[in-house]
Design a protein around this ligand. Structure first.
Ligand code: GBH
Length: 504
């Protein structure tokens, strides 16, 4: 009897323990890389100084009426071109192992071509890289974070033109050669957002609206440009240790119901947003679903060929495998439902993807209206593992916006804790390989067409009232620091659900 009781009790204890893996073991691997991220146009300012050429963004923000919601520009932004030392130190103060920044193409090559180099611009990034290393961090450098040299655009060389690929490869070769100490190269940041916004709906510079056509041309060229840079890098820099990848933005797409048409809609959403970029690199060619739908709608809309350019067999081979890690920017989850096929009189990306997105009522929603749904990140990681043969995943952005009115950013603390717990669960329970987390962003900065409305930073900047642009740590700084220092996170089921309101 007693024996029975004891065995039952210990069995029970064992089950509790097994169930609660993370409680006792909420530990990131020792070599796990934490960081903080930024991008050139969003923080540097000094838009026309020291020999810098103009980018399409410098041009775009000068349009009237302003294409930016609060009529602001990145002319000054965080003034990081001057305060880079201070900024590197602020990032290092977080205790992190890496700083992700981007290189402004026209700051180094004012015309975009590598025949004329702006030495001061190059010097700036050389010093930046040195400073990051001096603080014991790994420089993670993005080669293209959306600021195309205006000169190229004026000469017809934008991402809808295949000729840009070679010019881009030359620029990439130049920066790689000159910044040998970079630890991770990111060729292109979020090709989907860039192509859709810049050549589809026109909300981003250069503001071209060619919905359902220009965006696909851009996608086609930018993917080939990524692959070309990767091949060039592996061929010409065999002794460099840095890993290279492209960064995609993928959210989690949750079917609005378990009706088959909603489940299919969620899959369509995934394939048109992420699959379109990951499939050519990890599996080869466009996702069949995307290829088929765009071809079919194109035909019915009266085009003689698909609006989605096709890859030759050689190109498919050339592109497959051009990634050392899967870089992902993840923010949110949407609830996806099916909509009816739209009329064939009109060409639109929205008609190709054919979904409607929503939030579920019980989801917390952040300042920009994006759902805070931590379980989405775990689901996404499992999908990557399944579909792309267990790649090393690196979060190159993850984060949440606040409205800039308080330093008590408890939503960010809640967001990071719950998202990180789900990432840990994916690593430990589902055996997904995650190598790093680089939150967006180091400090509040220019949020593209949203101007300074949304604040993603660990450090707050009062752009409106403070000419000194003082960086003030938000509450999340200490929280993040504590996780980064111990690489430990106390998770239990209560914290890994979306609606936990308790703050550490
Ligand atoms: C990134 O783009 C950029 O790389 C970065 O420069 C920028 O500052 C940062 O985000 C913050 O905006 O419909 O609720 O699921 C991210 C763009 C954000 C686009 C999430 C899709 C989906 C919101 N993506 N968004 S939701």
């Amino acid at each position: 009897m007693l024996f029975k009781l004891v065995t039952t009790l210990s069995l029970l204890l064992w089950i509790c323990k097994a169930d609660d893996v993370l409680k006792n073991n909420g530990q990131f691997p020792r070599n796990f890389m934490f960081g903080a991220a930024s991008s050139a146009y969003q923080i540097e300012g000094a838009w026309n100084e020291d020999g810098k050429g103009l980018s399409t963004w410098d041009h775009f923000v000068r349009r009237t009426p302003s294409p930016v919601v609060d009529n602001t520009t990145g002319d000054v932004a965080c003034d990081s071109y001057r305060r880079w030392k201070e900024d590197v130190k602020l990032v290092a103060d977080l205790g992190v192992q890496s700083y992700r920044f981007s290189i402004s193409w026209p700051r180094i090559l004012p015309s975009g071509y590598d025949k004329h180099v702006n030495e001061k611009g190059l010097e700036f990034y050389k010093q930046l890289v040195q400073e990051i290393i001096k603080h014991g961090m790994v420089p993670v450098a993005t080669i293209f974070h959306w600021d195309l040299p205006q000169f190229l655009f004026d000469n017809g060389l934008d991402w809808t033109n295949e000729e840009l690929i070679n010019v881009f490869v030359r620029y990439a070769r130049f920066v790689i050669k000159n910044l040998p100490e970079v630890g991770y190269w990111i060729t292109i940041n979020e090709p989907r957002v860039h192509c859709r916004r810049s050549y589809g709906d026109g909300l981003h510079a250069p503001g071209v609206s060619d919905d359902g056509i220009g965006d696909y041309k851009c996608t086609y060229n930018i993917l080939k440009a990524h692959a070309a840079v990767y091949r060039m890098y592996k061929r010409e820099f065999p002794r460099y240790k840095a890993k290279m990848g492209m960064v995609v933005d993928c959210q989690w797409y949750e079917p609005a119901s378990n009706r088959p048409e909603d489940v299919e809609a969620a899959e369509r959403h995934y394939q048109f947003e992420c699959g379109m970029y990951l499939h050519p690199i990890f599996q080869g060619d466009w996702p069949p679903l995307v290829k088929y739908r765009v071809a079919e709608r194109s035909r019915r809309e009266g085009y003689t060929k698909s609006r989605l350019p096709s890859f030759t067999a050689e190109e498919v081979k050339f592109m497959r495998g051009t990634q050392d890690f899967l870089g992902v920017n993840h923010y949110s989850t949407t609830s996806v439902s099916n909509v009816q096929e739209a009329s064939y009189n009109e060409t639109r990306f929205a008609h190709d993807i054919r979904v409607s997105i929503n939030r579920k009522l019980n989801w917390e929603v952040s300042f920009l209206g994006w759902g805070v749904v931590p379980t989405g990140v775990r689901r996404l990681l499992n999908l990557f593992k399944e579909r792309y043969n267990d790649p090393d995943v690196m979060f190159t952005e993850i984060g949440v916006a606040d409205d800039g009115t308080t330093l008590r950013d408890d939503i960010r603390i809640r967001y990071f804790r719950s998202y990180f717990c789900n990432i840990l669960e994916a690593m430990q329970v589902d055996k997904v390989s995650v190598v790093g987390i680089i939150p967006w962003s180091a400090m509040d900065s220019f949020e593209w067409h949203r101007g300074y409305e949304a604040r993603f930073g660990f450090y707050a900047i009062d752009f409106e009232n403070d000419p000194q642009l003082l960086r003030r740590p938000k509450m999340s700084v200490n929280y993040y620091k504590s996780i980064v220092e111990s690489k430990r996170l106390h998770c239990n089921t209560a914290v890994s659900v979306w609606n936990d309101k308790e703050i550490l």
